[in-house]
Design a protein around this ligand. Sequence first.
Ligand code: TRP
Length: 332
Amino acid sequence: MKKVSLTGIKPTGILHIGNYFGAIKPALNLAKDYDARYFIADYHALNTMKDPKELASNIREVAAGWLAAGLDPEKVIFYRQSSVPETFELSTMLMAFTSKGLMNRAHAYKAAVQENSEKGEDPDAGVNMGLFTYPVLMAADILLFDSDVVPVGKDQVQHIEMAQDIAQAVNFNYKEEVLKIPRAAVQDSVAVVPGLDGRKMSKSYNNTIPVFTPEKQLRKLIMRIVTNSQAVEEPKDPETSQIYLLYALFASQDEQAALASRYRQGGMGWGEAKEELFRVVNRELSPLRERFEAIMADPAALDKILEQGAEKARPIARATLKRLRKAAGIDP
Ligand code: TRP
């Protein structure tokens, strides 16, 4: 039997090329060798997103984005978290095995508390129970599907460790392996994708290049990349230029070598380098953009894909839940 790869995608913003190289491509690669279960973590997003229109459109856009990027819903079980209510039943059961102290140590909660104390506010100001218990819901997402590996970014590793701790507490109590212990798959080979300002590309820095932005806008964003003031004639160092680092993600080996040598010779200005970058980015993204627009034009078909995914997911979920309820003495 193939091993299971599972990950959740929080629909809190539109997809940018940092997500594309850091999360989407590696997860789709894993899906070639694993039984993949990828889902839209809409209840996780609810903690921070209270505008219904915005949340609804993010859910669709993020789902369409993964499909446009090549997720095959025939091969990957692709669903909305909210369409698999077993998740929330498992989450409630896991609460009984999760110490409050464990949640107190979660990075996101600790950061919120620290920010509050720095501002002289109540430590828990603005912290809802969804944020506080976030790792339990995430553990339920993972443990429900007997996941072997969970492809995530470094920032999520603590959450996977908490899922392991919670699963171990359950297994220890019932003296059997009721829940499978998952492990994180962190892609450390993936280069940090630089943003428009040279810092890591991130929604919170407002320096992103969205994957599905129209061609004109894409060009504008690329032209906006911050550079130093070296003149056209001066030789330039590819390794310290974010134009080049971005280029390397989209270009072939030969193209990379050619651009690097033009940089080193001098005579190539930043404007020309940006044109060359735009060319390769647009070459990779235009077919994705076309698929994305086609998917977004038919929301009913998209919802159907997600519903069919949930229908495949629920029997697996029910089996896990039954196992745990039986072990717990709550089997009707
Ligand atoms: N917490 C993850 C993030 O912020 C999203 C997520 C929710 C997730 N449930 C998950 C990731 C389960 C992996 C597995 O990106």
